[in-house]
Design a protein around this ligand. Structure first.
Ligand code: MG
Length: 155
């Protein structure tokens, strides 16, 4: 078994749609990024590559490449799982923490779990998504962006 940990953060960008964990979230600004800004999937991808010691999201999907401009992070996650599988590993489980003052995450947690499980080819029971605020501390607490952390076990 191998463990991996991933971290990502993005600032809000007004007028852009918000996508978290592969799920569109209406009523909140999106996240500034070269891709669709899905901070949850980006942290998860880094955890997957980290567990397999295969580098990081930037080395596989460089943000300097036009190929990944506006990229659907769901497709990047599927590609990352395929690379990890090709290296001989399978996804055991994932545990994700999302930290933000907005949007409220609770109503979207089940949809995120189901979508991420589908993209990784595992049961929903193998994916945990937990939402927290930063108790109004620091930049995230001031509502300037979202942080995601992910731990993954590969078998
Ligand atoms: Mg990112």
């Amino acid at each position: 078994m191998r463990i991996g940990f991933g971290y990502d953060s993005h600032v809000f960008e007004a007028g852009k749609p918000l996508v978290l964990g592969g799920v569109p979230i209406p009523g909140c600004d999106g996240l500034k990024a070269h891709s669709d800004g899905d901070v949850v999937i980006h942290a998860l991808i880094d955890a997957l590559f980290g567990a397999a010691a295969l580098g990081d999201i930037g080395s596989h999907f460089p943000d300097t490449s036009e190929r990944w401009r506006g990229a659907d992070s769901a497709a990047l996650l599927a590609a990352a799982v395929a690379e990890v599988s090709a290296a001989g590993y399978s996804v055991g489980n994932a545990d994700i923490t999302v930290i933000c003052e907005r949007p409220r995450l609770r109503p979207h947690v089940e949809a995120m779990r189901e979508r991420l499980a589908e993209l990784m080819g595992v049961e929903t029971s193998c994916v945990s998504v937990k939402g927290k605020t930063n108790e109004k501390m620091d930049a995230v607490g001031e509502g300037r962006g979202i942080i995601a952390q992910a731990a993954v076990l590969l078998g």
